[in-house]
Design a protein around this ligand. Structure first.
Ligand code: CFM
Ligand code: HCA
Length: 533
């Protein structure tokens, strides 16, 4: 209730309270517009789950591109942290062009910080070319690089002319933004500028050519989705960027439709593709049986082809019939339970549907670093104030490509479709949440514990930074970033895996050995004698 929420906030010093109040609201459908503050600085000293711009650029968007070697220019820690931890899987027909198992860093030392690291970076690029012969190279800057003023773009340009291999420089110093989100934007801009559309190909080879944007193949998610899309008859031109490649990305301009799975990390490319090539984007959600089925139906409506619609229905019917008995079995264990669902920028929304399918209601949800539009819907974008932190991120403006721009659907048809499917639109998380549920931006560890004491959820879905604290409170925790080394969780088979893992979490006898802090006061006391109590 509002009163309980106020009691949590009252524990803060007044300045902090004023700030945090704007980042939390209780959903009330009767209120016309519930505004949330998002994408602003975290209060220093508060334990947040957020990461940095480098994590968003190199770790998230660039990292999964398998035929490029990704160089981290910086001290070793930044590179090490992004070494395989995100579980973005990749396979390649050409084993010499899959570098995902490597972690390449300039390993800056004190002398590089004092005298500059440009020479060392140039040497590392030469070595990478020599050893790996990659299709292309990325260089991502970490905090000290910007502080000492190394010109990574100049180093990249000269290496590119020396070797004839594209070397892309990303000034994604950790401090460039308030979170990972800045890094997504920086990565989007340069991929758009340097890679997408870089091939001569004019037409995609195959029917219903699509790109999948904002799908990173965590735990094999993309493979499960692609299995179904390919069976229905789609041609997947590129995936951005799960199991993706420089080679594929160059052809992305040839698709007839762009799917957007994670709106937060890649809406910039989706919009720029529409402006430059005339290709609309469709918001999809491949998490959950319902999300998956609805997304497939919306795609078929877009292409408006009877055979495609029929095949879509056939595949959905078969898959649903196959997995339903399994889901039902797990639902028996999960039904009636409640969850917290707090993830980075889109899973906090996407997983609520899948939870609901196994009978679990999400009572609190939020994002670490999403923007207001991810909560409230894209219609609020024009009203978002640009503060000093967002002005720090370079804005790329594209215009229609004179040769290649082609409206994929007529403006009339576009308007008609927009009434039926989320074309070039995202309604945000808040619309689908029930009245009374709590929405929190940049949830911190203090608030996590306080909300848990009040709401006592049956499962806590979040990441590695908070899960163990919560488990010690006697509540099962499910990582929705790494999937606790399981997965895939997307698509039809993914839904079953998720239901199984969550059920195992509940069924584990472990919880009998843990006493939640609020339960260490016994409800009943007595003495056991030989005759009994
Ligand atoms: Fe998009 Fe992601 Fe997410 Fe994200 Fe991330 Fe991730 Fe995430 Mo971790 S791109 S916003 S920056 S869906 S790494 S695959 S799980 S916080 S909710
Ligand atoms: C990141 C990556 C991360 C971290 C996961 C977590 C991921 O933000 O740099 O905190 O558990 O998904 O690997 O979001």
């Amino acid at each position: 209730t509002e009163k309980e929420l106020q009691e949590i906030l009252d524990q803060y010093p007044s300045k902090v309270q004023k700030n945090r109040t704007k980042h939390i609201f209780i959903k009330d459908g009767a209120e016309s517009a519930q505004v949330i503050e998002a994408n602003t600085r975290t209060i220093p000293g508060i334990i947040t789950n957020r990461g940095c711009a480098y994590a968003g650029c190199k770790g998230v968007v660039l990292g999964p591109l398998k035929d490029m070697v990704h160089i981290t220019h910086g001290p070793i820690g930044c590179g090490y942290y992004t070494w395989g931890t995100r579980r973005n899987k990749a396979q390649s027909d050409d084993p010499t062009q899959n570098f995902l198992n490597y972690c390449v860093s300039t390993d800056m030392q004190e002398s590089d910080i004092v005298f500059g690291g440009e020479k060392k970076l140039a040497k590392v690029i030469d070595e990478v070319i020599d050893i790996f012969h990659p299709k292309a190279i990325t260089v991502s800057a970490t905090c000290p690089v910007g502080l000492i003023g190394d010109d990574i773009s100049a180093v990249a340009r000269s290496a590119e002319s020396r070797h004839g291999v594209p070397v892309l420089a990303f000034s994604c110093e950790g401090y460039k933004g308030v979170s990972q989100s800045a890094g997504h934007h920086i990565a989007n801009n340069i991929l758009m500028e340097r890679v997408i559309g870089a091939s001569e190909t004019e037409k995609a080879a195959g029917k219903y050519p699509i790109n999948i944007l904002g799908e990173y193949n965590i735990g094999g998610d993309s493979w499960e989705v692609e299995r179904v899309l390919k069976e229905i008859g789609y041609t997947i031109v590129s995936v951005m960027t799960g199991d993706g490649s420089y080679e594929e990305l160059k052809n992305a301009h040839t698709a007839e439709l762009n799917l957007v799975q994670c709106h937060r990390s890649i809406n910039y490319i989706a919009e720029m593709l529409e402006t430059k090539y005339g290709t609309p984007w469709l918001k999809v959600n491949f998490i959950g049986v319902q999300g998956m089925s609805e997304s497939l139906r919306n795609m078929a409506l877009y292409f408006d082809d009877e055979a495609l619609i029929a095949k879509t229905e056939e595949v959905i019917a078969r898959e649903v019939a196959r997995i339903e008995p399994l889901m039902e079995q797990y639902k028996k264990i999960c039904d009636g339970k409640t969850a917290f669902c707090f993830v980075g920028g889109s899973r906090g929304h996407h997983y609520q549907g899948l939870f609901a399918e196994i009978g679990i209601e999400t009572v609190l949800a939020g994002y670490e670093f999403a923007h207001r539009d991810d909560y409230e819907g894209r219609q609020v974008i024009p009203t978002i104030k640009t503060d000093a932190d967002s002005k720090n991120i370079p804005q790329l403006t594209v215009s229609a490509d004179e040769q290649r721009f082609r409206l994929k659907v007529s403006p009339e048809k576009m308007e008609e479709l927009k009434q039926k499917i989320p074309l070039s639109d995202y309604a945000g998380m808040a619309v689908t949440m029930k009245d009374g549920s709590i929405i929190v931006d940049d949830l911190n560890h203090f608030e996590t514990e306080e909300f848990i004491k009040i709401l006592k959820p049956d499962i806590f879905a979040s990441g590695i930074k908070d899960k163990y604290v919560i488990q010690k409170m006697g509540i099962p925790a499910k990582q929705l970033h790494s999937y606790d080394y399981s997965g895939p969780y997307a698509g039809f088979n993914g839904a079953v895996n998720f239901a199984r893992d969550v059920s195992m979490g509940f069924a584990s006898p472990t919880w009998n050995f843990i006493v939640p802090p609020w339960q260490d006061e016994p409800l009943l006391t007595g003495t056991v004698t030989e005759e009994g109590v």
